[in-house]
Each structure stands twice: as structure tokens, then as C-alpha cells.
Design a protein around this ligand. Sequence first.
Ligand SMILES: [Zn+2]
Ligand SMILES: [Zn+2]
Length: 68
Amino acid sequence: MCIICSGLENNTLTPWEAATNLIEMGNFIEQEHFEELSEKINDLLWSQRLNTCIFCNTEPCQCEQEVQ
Ligand SMILES: [Zn+2]
Ligand SMILES: [Zn+2]
């Protein structure tokens, strides 16, 4: 396990930060693990985008509360 994995596991890294770290540390990570990680981060980014409202950028959506 590398710092990126443990950061994701302990929620000390957001998927966005993990993606940035992965790019920065790309040379220090084994090719195989790099691929695993980019898949993992992609999944996280994708599921976050699906769950997070694009208008209020909050999960769960709080648009209705803001309107009141
Ligand atoms: Zn790792
Ligand atoms: Zn919303």
C-alpha cells in the first residue's frame, strides 16, 4: 500500500487530490499499481460526480433548502 491508497482509505485525500498526487508521483509507483490506482480514482471521481449536485455542489442536494 502506498500513501495514495492509505490517504484514500483514511479519507485524508479527496479523489481530486489523489489524482493530482498520482500524476506527481507517477514515476515512483509500479506500472501495475499505477493502473490499479487510476482505475480506483476514476471510479471515485465518477461516483462522486453522480452523487453530488452540480448546482449546489453538495451531497445530498441542498438546492431546495437554499430556495426557501
Ligand atoms: Zn497504493
Ligand atoms: Zn442541489
